[in-house]
Design a protein around this ligand. Structure first.
Ligand code: GMT
Length: 381
């Protein structure tokens, strides 16, 4: 395989797209490719230093005349600068806007400077929010469509998201599905007794949720499900992450009188120790293009109770890896959670099946798919 120079433009913040972009970049670098990251600051999962990885933080100039800083333009300029001097083969944008759009502009800047130069191929991965939220905003539709149509290759993280993109944008190009992935050499169940001790937990069941607490995650539903569940089984709820719904969730927990049963742990990078003591992952999202947190939980042997929304049905088989209910079906999700937590035999079968299922989404397998996708695009005229 010929070594490539690949630019990755992504969000640095706590969330699945940043995690996938960082893990993809690390894996490509480990396979000998040169990887340049473009983001506001270093992506949160990037971790250790590698000689094949370069990070370019986007510095936004603040001019007194303009109210909003020009992030997209600063990003475009940085991509153009690095792509030109480092001769990048590929720029992989995670999200149509602003990342694909900025890369598109960067390409025009390079072509304008030197028309003979063979410019990079632009790959855009759609992660969900750019289609389901931003793309659904009528004022943004045309700009999202342009970013998609001007990319050389477009991937989505689930078949569901591909269908949504086709339905909403009728893109000119074929979309390829490359699902989320997990490194099972890092994500595996290894319970450490001191973790329970550090968190002041006894031997109760542990229910976990990990997200950025956006409205789409239905944090209120998690608390209502757990409230009903906690009346039937001795359990603690670990809430990992932070975001706009956190304050309301804290109020809800106080009002229901379950403060001693719910722990708000905030944003944590190392989630394996927590997943390793967890018995159940709750993800009642009303839309979820894939649901990386659920896959990572499964790799650690944690069955999932989630919704039938979006990409969940593509990797969670009801009754085998957990259960899928309609969004908002609080009672249904509570009953299935109770079933898993009160039947050790069924829980063990599900837990083992989850570990096997996660191996089908092993990082190495999916990174190979991206590599082959880049190679195919580079071979095109
Ligand atoms: O879920 C979030 O709010 C974060 C968001 C992101 O952009 O980081 O996650 C999206 O991309 C992930 C990686 O592809 C997917 O696993 C998540 O399902 C997707 N989130 C939504 O569709 C709501």
């Amino acid at each position: 395989m010929q070594k490539m120079k690949i630019g990755i433009s992504c969000h640095h913040t706590y969330g699945g797209s940043g995690a996938i972009a960082a893990e993809l970049g690390k894996a490509l670098a480990a396979r000998g490719h040169i990887v340049h990251f473009f983001s506001k600051s270093a992506p949160f999962r990037l971790g250790a230093f590698s000689r094949n990885i370069f990070c370019h933080e986007i510095e936004v100039m603040h001019y007194p005349l303009f109210e909003s800083p020009f992030y997209s333009l600063a990003l475009a300029s940085k991509i153009a600068d690095i792509a030109y001097y480092e001769k990048l083969d590929i720029v992989h944008a995670h999200y149509a806007i602003p990342h694909a759009l900025s890369a598109m502009l960067a390409r025009q800047m390079i072509e304008d400077k030197c028309s003979e130069l063979k410019c990079f191929k632009l790959v855009t991965t759609l992660h969900g929010t750019d289609i389901t939220v931003v793309g659904a905003d009528r004022g943004m539709q045309d700009v999202v469509r342009l970013a998609i149509n001007k990319s050389d290759g477009v991937t989505t993280v689930s078949a569901w998201l591909k269908d949504e993109t086709v339905r909403m944008f009728s893109p000119k190009k074929e979309i390829t599905v490359i699902p989320n992935f997990v490194d099972t050499s890092l994500f595996f169940r290894s319970p450490k007794p001191e973790i329970r001790e550090q968190l002041g937990l006894g031997q109760e069941k542990i229910v976990i949720h990990i997200s950025n607490f956006r409205p789409v995650k239905c944090i209120g539903d998690i608390i209502r499900i757990f409230y009903a569940l906690s009346k039937r089984v001795d359990a603690t709820l670990l809430l990992v992450g932070d975001g706009p719904e956190r304050s309301d969730a804290e109020i809800q927990v106080r009002q229901l009188g379950i403060v001693d049963r719910v722990r708000f742990l905030g944003k944590l990078d190392d989630i394996v120790p927590l997943l390793s003591i967890a018995d159940l992952m709750l993800m009642p999202s009303n839309v979820e293009s894939f649901g990386l947190a659920a896959l990572e939980a499964m790799a650690c042997g944690v069955p999932v109770v989630a919704t039938m929304a979006g990409g969940f049905p593509e990797f969670i088989v009801p009754g085998v890896h957990g259960y899928l209910l309609a969004p908002g079906d609080i009672n249904g999700m509570m009953e299935k959670a109770l079933l898993l937590l009160s039947d050790p035999g069924h829980w063990l079968e599900c837990s083992q099946a989850c570990v096997l299922q996660a191996k089908r989404y092993e990082t190495a397998l999916l990174v190979e798919q991206y590599e082959a996708y880049y190679t195919m695009l580079l071979a095109e005229a």
